[in-house]
Design a binder for this molecule. Structure first.
Ligand code: UD1
Ligand code: CA
Length: 491
């Protein structure tokens, strides 16, 4: 049986597979990423930790970790606190040993979070890339731009027409970056009017970082230890920060659901744009999640939703409104409108729908036809098998070229256990049959319409369980007369 669950494919932003060759310049094991993800995310108003809120199908923090790995960081240390069990469980499952964790017991600010992270750095670390778990649009390419620059403190900056909520970049007359002022600490309207802001991505030389973290004090509006104060600390000791201009659209910090939605729109457009460039038709209203892989020359119809580890191979056509979650669609398959499928495989040239429901572990072979209002679950259909109308096929193994008539039901459940229905190659199941599992219908056997199959059928045999038909001449006339009289008697 084909694999229902793909081995965790390497997924980066926009669903692109990890680029090979990216490691060339920055792959030094001495650069470690610290991703800050300990905050509660009060503005989300949610019981789910902020960094686990999904963006294009993957938790925000997933995108950040993937970007850091893509940029060549040998290790990503995620600073966790609020909801740490959930965050750690997710990331360990998704990334294994490439992520580790540092605990920030109390959320005393981004500077304190970095202190906690630094304590967990492996020996030999020279440079530390620091960024935030709520900035999921940043990609490997953005991080590489910073990693490629030299200096004790390299930071991204960016200009925004509406800088509200972000830390402002303060420069001196010579244009040197001398401080970052948080919105809440801006002393003057002039400071608030500054449009150059801090997206929150930094590369520190470890020595500078350790020395200056020790100097942080919570002397600000929020009473926190601000990581951003390191810029002023550097300036005070005569060190120039190195600003790197960042892409404006990637810096959205997702603090609340409005910003999350904005980021979602951007990320979707990025994913869909890349797919279109690679030769995929992506119609209006379609939503392709970040973990999905679509090969060239696939047509994705209006309002199609592709989730999880879905893989769609060349030549496949997904018509209006299909929803696929962890599904492999083989070459040239045609999914007619409103096919819903989960954890399943759809074979080459198969035709499914409209209105078909493939529940987990449905494995459709090549050239299989599944028609309207057919539900399958844990059922394998071999090449060329057909169930074109109104059927429930649960816990079955169906052979090649088997034809399953309208209204057939695999009665797989006795209230306690599930049982298997086996139908061998070339068997024919007449309409409105119930197959009471466990049962085997032999190769080439025929099940007459309306049969309740309760025992196995031998190869090339015929199973019939219906009552023999009887015709009574003229009986309908007498019947009508009787019914009419009964009705008039009531008046
Ligand atoms: C921060 C920056 C601000 C910048 C903005 C960009 C500081 C002081 N401010 O503000 O200059 O413009 O990001 O989006 O750094 N976190 C912890 N532990 C803590 C506090 C926060 O791990 O004690 C984590 C949060 O989980 C979050 C990230 O750090 O992922 C940033 O914290 P947040 O409170 O969102 O900072 P902003 O107010 O957005
Ligand atoms: Ca933030």
């Amino acid at each position: 049986m084909a694999a229902f669950f793909h081995a965790a494919r390497c997924v980066t932003f926009g669903g692109e597979a990890c680029k090979s060759g990216f490691m060339a310049s920055h792959s030094s094991p001495r650069t470690v990423a610290l991703l800050l993800a300990a905050g509660q995310g009060t503005r989300m108003k949610s019981s789910l930790p902020k960094v686990l809120h999904p963006l294009a199908g993957l938790p925000m923090v997933h995108h950040g970790v993937a970007a850091a790995l893509d940029a060549g960081c040998s290790q990503v240390i995620v600073v966790v606190g609020h909801g740490r069990e959930l965050v750690e469980a997710y990331l360990t499952k998704a990334f294994g040993e490439r992520v580790s964790f540092a605990l920030q017991p109390q959320q005393l600010g981004t500077g304190d979070a970095v202190r906690c992270g630094v304590a967990a750095l492996p020996a030999g670390t020279e440079r530390v890339l620091v960024f935030y778990g709520d900035a999921p649009l940043i990609e490997g390419t953005d991080l590489r731009a910073l990693l490629g620059a030299e200096g004790a403190l390299v930071l991204a900056t960016c200009c925004l027409a509406a800088p509200f909520g972000y830390g402002r970049i303060l420069r001196d007359e010579a244009g040197r970056v001398v401080a970052i002022r948080e919105e809440k600490d801006c002393a003057t309207a002039a400071e608030r009017a500054i449009t150059e802001i801090n997206p929150g991505v930094y590369v520190f030389a470890l020595e500078f970082l350790e020395n200056s973290l020790a100097k942080l004090e919570p002397k600000n509006a929020q009473g926190e230890l601000y990581l951003t104060d390191l810029v002023a600390i550097a300036a005070a000791s005569g060190l120039d920060a190195t600003p790197i201009a960042a892409r404006a659209e990637v810096l959205v910090g997702c603090n609340d659901r409005a910003q999350l939605f904005e980021a979602e729109l951007t990320l979707r457009e990025r994913i869909h744009g890349r797919l279109r460039k690679s030769g995929v038709t992506v119609s209006a209203g379609a939503l392709v999640d970040a973990g999905v892989v679509v090969e060239p020359d696939v047509a994705i119809g209006p309002n199609v939703v592709l989730r999880g580890n879905t893989l769609v191979k060349s030549g496949a056509r997904l018509d209006v409104g299909c929803v696929l979650d962890n599904v492999t669609v083989e070459r040239d398959a045609y999914l007619k409108p409103y096919t819903v499928a989960q954890d399943s495989v759809i074979g080459a040239r198969a035709q499914v729908g409209p209105f078909a429901h493939l529940r987990p572990k449905s494995d459709l072979g090549a050239d299989v036809h599944i028609g309207n209002f057919v539900e399958t679950k844990n059922t394998k259909l071999a090449q060329g098998a057909k169930a074109n109308h109104l059927a429930y096929l649960g816990d079955g193994v169906v052979g090649e070229r088997v034809n399953i008539g309208a209204g057939t039901i695999f009665c797989n459940y006795d209230g306690f256990q599930k049982h298997l229905t086996i139908i061998e190659d070339d068997a024919f199941i007449g309409s409105d049959s119930q197959i009471v599992a466990p049962v085997t219908i032999g190769r080439g056997a025929y099940v007459g319409t309306g049969t309740t199959v309760t025992m196995s059928v031998p190869a090339d045999g015929l199973a019939l369980s219906r009552v023999k038909q009887e015709n009574k001449e003229g009986y309908a006339v007498r019947l009508r007369a009787r019914f009419k009289a009964a009705k008039e008697g009531k008046k």
